[in-house]
Design a binder for this molecule. Structure first.
Ligand SMILES: Nc1ncnc2c1ncn2[C@@H]1O[C@H](COP(=O)(O)OP(=O)(O)O)[C@@H](O)[C@H]1O
Ligand SMILES: [Mg+2]
Length: 398
């Protein structure tokens, strides 16, 4: 379906193979299958998209044991697209106990697995995620301007000349298929209208009522639709940071797509010129993506928020590096992202306002911007995007 004339050598991913059985979740096309094939050479590999494998295992799940042959204890078995046969998890569970096999189970959504009442193996398996390529993985091939415009999906990055067409079919074929499969959306058109609105609202605070009105879909559907996007890892809710429990503060989350290119495709803006606001949101989307990749692959697992002051000024990202406990304040790192080439010192205001609050320790304030120079303004580090990303992956941010 997607041709990649520039098909290149394998691009090393940051994700390590865990020691125990695990689920690998991620949107379609981020490289799950490619990674599994690379990391598990010579391992029994069952691709449930393959109709003969699907047919056999859906009618006779018990055959999985025989298909694993005489693999000794601790051997790996890979099942790709596990959500196609949720019931197979019972068999997997059994084989983990009786044969002590380890399983790598990949899929694009935990939704179906959960829905069937399976408990994701009751904690016997870890959960790992794969995202679109990161700055770090692309290395010298990383192109900031291109990535802001078209995102970081492997298909897009490996065939840059065809980005708009690839993204267009990504949204129109893949998302439709995926959504149909989820089975919760009976009518496609309202969902497509929602996708469009959700694409345009990338990086904004979610207001269900407005979205319902704009997309002309019932308010209750909006929540279901969002939960589908989140469960299929196409998007993330970024919660509001609320340092004081007593204080009433803006509590609605923001919604970010996993990739700026996919957001643009959903919004229907692939063939339109990109304006300043869009570019800025694309940069936030990308920075958030890198924060998640770093957080996950380095096992930091720090919660990430946005912050809105009483006066309505926002900080794009607040990473909580230490939770508040026993009277000692929470610690956070604040990140303000601007695509502009010149830094405007007014953009520091929200960070400084948070730093001035009681009961919170702001470890670092960082401005990330589209310029080339590094500055330090009275406790705020202002750095070019790529320099920031280097610092991030060196472990200097959190
Ligand atoms: N690490 C990688 N190095 C090079 N190309 C990759 C890599 N990961 C994915 N690709 C390319 O992207 C395409 C989609 O990846 P795939 O593994 O099929 O994604 P998924 O299984 O998540 O849907 C692959 O066909 C391949 O061309
Ligand atoms: Mg795959």
């Amino acid at each position: 379906m997607y041709n990649c004339p520039m098909e290149r050598a394998y691009i090393e991913r940051l994700l390590d193979v865990p020691e125990r059985s695990f689920f690998l979740f991620g949107p379609r096309g981020v490289g799950k299958t490619t990674w599994l094939r690379k990391m598990f050479p010579g391992t029994p590999f069952f691709d449930l998209l393959d109709s003969s494998v699907y047919l056999e295992l859906s009618t006779n799940p018990g055959n999985l044991e025989a298909m694993g042959g005489d693999a000794p204890e601790h051997s790996w078995i890979v099942i790709d697209e596990i959500q196609k046969i949720p019931g197979l998890l019972d068999e997997v569970h059994r084989l983990m106990e009786t044969r002590k096999w380890r399983f790598a189970l990949s899929g694009s959504s935990a939704r179906k697995l959960r829905r069937r009442g399976t408990n994701l193996l009751g904690g016997r398996a870890l959960t790992r995620r794969l995202d679109a390529f990161s700055f770090r993985e692309l290395g010298r091939d990383f192109d900031m301007e291109f990535s802001l415009m078209w995102g970081l999906l492997p298909w897009v990055q490996l065939d840059r000349g065809n980005a708009p067409d690839i993204l267009n079919s990504y949204v129109h074929t893949y998302i439709k298929e995926e959504i149909r499969e989820e089975g919760v959306v009976r009518r496609l058109h309202p969902f497509l209208r929602f996708l469009n609105v959700a694409g345009q609202l990338n990086g904004q605070i979610v207001n269900g009522q407005n979205i319902s009105r704009e997309a002309a879909v019932p308010r209750s559907s909006v929540d279901v639709y969002f939960s589908i996007l989140v469960d299929t890892l196409l998007g993330y809710f970024l919660p509001a940071y609320r340092p004081g429990v007593k204080v009433r503060e803006q509590a609605h989350p923001k919604f970010y797509w996993f990739d700026p290119g996919v957001a643009r495709a959903a919004a229907g803006l692939l063939f339109d010129p990109v304006d300043r606001v869009w570019r800025s949101t694309a940069l936030e989307t990308m920075v958030y993506h890198e924060l998640r990749v770093y957080n996950h692959t380095r096992n930091r697992n720090r919660p990430i928020f946005y912050y809105r002051t009483g006066g309505g000024v926002e900080i794009d990202f607040v990473v909580e590096t230490k939770k508040r406990q026993h009277g000692s304040p929470a610690s956070v790192v604040c990140l303000e992202v601007k695509a502009a080439e010149r830094w405007d010192r007014r953009w520091e205001r929200a960070m400084r306002s948070l730093a001035g609050r009681e009961g919170i320790r702001v470890e670092r304030m960082i401005g990330i911007y589209g310029g080339r120079r590094y500055y330090r303004f009275d406790g705020v580090d202002v750095m070019p995007v790529e320099e920031f990303l280097e610092c991030l992956y060196r472990g200097e941010v959190f």
